[in-house]
Write a protein that binds this ligand. Sequence first.
Ligand code: OGA
Ligand code: MN
Length: 216
Amino acid sequence: MLHRFIMEPKMPMTDSDIVDLLAEQGYAVVPEFIPAGAAAALAGEARQLRDSGAMRRAGVGKGPNNAVNESLRGDFIHWLEPENCSERQLSYLDALEHLRQEVNQGLYLGLFDFEGHFAIYPPGGFYRKHSDRFQIDSRRTLTAILYLNQDWQEADGGKLRLYLDASGEGDFLDIEPRAGTLVTFLSSRFWHEVLPASNERISITGWFRTRGEELL
Ligand code: OGA
Ligand code: MN
């Protein structure tokens, strides 16, 4: 049975609620996927990584074509490698693993693993409109972004703009990057962009991938 949470989201949402939303609309916005306090602590870990020099400018394009292009995206990233992860990072990965299994049972997407990174957009940072599927890796099937920004205000900008039409034009949904909110969507279906943020904007962005060959 399908439920509509568009007007009155049921709180907290379960993994099975998220699956229902994905089935119905191809995306889900989940406030409090993790507690705001845990999100703030993860933001602290991201800043520590940055301060210790463990972040690098994100690039665009695939394989040998991957290059930094500040006119397209301005964030700094650090990939999560389970062997180097903190307890908090592992517990988020664990929550995603539960979601992966539930999505596979409900939607038969055949999600095989997850790859993700911290992302910090310095003030002024943005990411121009793009689709995730062919950006780096065609195995990317379901995008999952967890926001880590405590006390984010409307004036801070930095919204995720999700275009609801496959053309990438027309109707869109703007999502504020508030601590603890998870956004998940079918990677190939939704064009999206990060509007300029006037404050530092921190997230963990990643992709559930299907098994398969990397198509270069
Ligand atoms: C990305 C991306 C959106 C966001 O990293 O591919 O689209 O809201 N991020 O951070
Ligand atoms: Mn993206």
